[in-house]
Design a protein around this ligand. Structure first.
Ligand SMILES: [Zn+2]
Length: 492
């Protein structure tokens, strides 16, 4: 039907409005290495591969990179995944980075977006942590892709007005949200402007929910790319825009791992859809930034805040718990309280002790990722941030405190709160990152944050296995004597 209409229109009669299709992939893996050794432990579930990162690389990252799919879609590659891929599979990593470069050569704008650094649920973070997450994410992007990011993906598309404004202050011009995050009526085939304080604004692309959900969860939808383009896509176009000759965009946003890992062989579906399925049925493949260049947002929208794409209860899924996950989710509130209390205490120590030689400890933390990753020299870092007088011992202590802050940020990785139970690898990893921060504060200041953290973790209980958060902490791999305070006892 559509093919017929388009071929008729292309020869004679009134011009129909162009239909664009954008595929968006959020490519991300949480950090899972042991924070004391830096080694990713073997993951038996990934057999015959050593771990899930290796398995997903073979099933998804590599085939999509080799097929050239990254050059045709909009995507973000989470910093923790990018950093693993860079060292484990540098050829795949280079192909992905190069996709953005090729897109820039062709269209003058990139097709990669940054990601807030640790996949933190930003509406639940302090203002200072929001800033650090956004700045680290943007710095990481700039270093990898060689130009500043314009778009930024937020973990779980979780927003509040403050994080959008901080993004805009740092040069981010657009992000992607679910349609139900709009508080005023929208037509998801076009981008919208959100007004922010100080005359700033940010553009929002709302993804097409039925199409994105179908691609993510309905196996049949993606069995045939031609059928998908012919029978699923056309029904989502706005007929009046077609008739009026106006452009419109269908945006399908999903986890990138869907294409080959969650759904085997769907990397091939993506290649076929991009290369021939969609174009044969009248859709031009387009990326978000290229679309913005041609058709900037003209209408405004108000947003529901806080909100996210995978919770219908604000951001309760990662906070107090809600019925988005089965079973008793009250452990989530307890785990968050434990991590929040630890972070508040850690922040006090950081400000007090690092403040002895850093003129602005928080500005130094925002720049720490660059130092940690070797993107700027130690000399340059200390010249900018250190007060005049400082000894080597004070420098070393301050580096431990900055590293403690790094792991404190890792402890808020959203995956720890996403699933149904606390007795799983994801919450355990968040607790392991918190323990690394405790160890570094202990080494730097001799102050024990472990005791209070354990006290906070005791009431956090698995509804499946009845294991407590404190037990999960004590089950973590042993570390050499002296690295942790001697208080790790389960008795209160
Ligand atoms: Zn929910």
């Amino acid at each position: 039907m559509l093919e017929q209409t388009i071929s008729e229109d292309s020869h004679s009669g009134p011009q129909v409005g162009p239909a664009y299709l954008c595929l968006y992939g959020h490519f991300y893996q949480p950090p899972r290495e042991d924070p004391f050794t830096g080694i990713l432990p073997p993951e038996p579930g990934a057999t015959p591969f050593a771990n899930y990162n290796e398995k997903i690389t073979i099933e998804c990252y590599r085939p999509n990179a080799e097929a050239g799919n990254f050059a045709q879609i909009s995507f973000d590659l989470g910093p923790t995944l990018a950093s693993w891929l860079e060292s484990a599979h540098p050829d795949v990593y280079r192909q992905i980075i190069d996709a953005d470069y090729q897109h820039r050569i062709r269209y003058g704008v990139g097709n990669a977006l940054a990601q807030a650094y640790n996949h933190t649920i930003l509406p639940l973070a302090t203002t200072r942590d929001k800033q650090t997450q956004i700045i680290w994410g943007l710095n990481d992007f700039h270093h990898r892709y060689g130009h500043p990011a314009h778009g930024m993906w937020l973990a779980e598309t979780a927003i509040d007005m403050e994080c959008l404004d901080i993004m805009a202050q740092h040069g981010v011009t657009y992000t992607v949200l679910a349609p139900w995050q709009a508080a005023t009526p929208i037509d998801p085939t076009e981008p919208y402007l959100v007004r922010l304080p100080g005359g700033r604004s940010i553009t929002i692309f709302f993804y097409n929910a039925p199409l994105s959900g179908g691609v993510s969860f309905d196996w049949n939808t993606t069995s045939n790319a031609d059928l998908f383009a012919a029978s699923y896509l056309p029904g989502h176009l706005v007929a009046s825009k077609r008739a009026a000759g106006e452009a419109q965009l269908l945006l399908i946003a999903t986890d990138g791992e869907l294409y080959g890992h969650h759904k085997p062989w769907r990397d091939k579906f993506l290649t076929h859809l991009i290369q021939s399925g969609a174009p044969s049925y009248g859709f031009e493949i387009c990326t978000l930034e290229r679309y913005l260049q041609m058709h900037p947002a003209t209408k405004e929208v108000e947003l529901r805040v806080p909100s996210a794409w995978s919770c219908g209860h604000g951001v309760a899924r990662w906070d107090t718990g809600c019925e988005c996950t089965e079973g008793d989710s009250s452990w989530k509130g307890g785990l968050r309280r434990a991590l929040d209390n630890l972070a508040a205490r850690g922040d006090q120590l950081f400000e007090q002790y690092a403040g002895e030689i850093l003129s602005d400890p928080w500005a130094a933390r925002n720049a720490y990722l660059d130092l940690r990753n070797g993107w700027r020299t130690t000399g340059d870092f200390w010249t900018q941030f250190a007060k005049e007088q400082h000894t080597q011992a004070l420098v070393e202590r301050t580096l431990q405190l900055l590293e403690a802050q790094y792991y404190q940020q890792c402890s808020f990785t959203s995956c720890g709160f996403f699933f149904e139970d606390v007795d799983r690898i994801e919450p355990r990893n968040d607790i392991a990152f918190a323990r690394r921060a405790i160890s570094l504060y202990w080494q730097a200041t001799g102050i024990d944050l472990q005791q209070d953290f354990l006290a906070d973790l005791r009431p956090v209980k698995s509804w499946r296995t009845h294991v407590t958060g404190a037990e999960l902490y004590c089950q973590l791999p042993l570390v050499p004597k002296g690295l942790l305070p001697p208080s790790a006892s389960l008795s209160s």
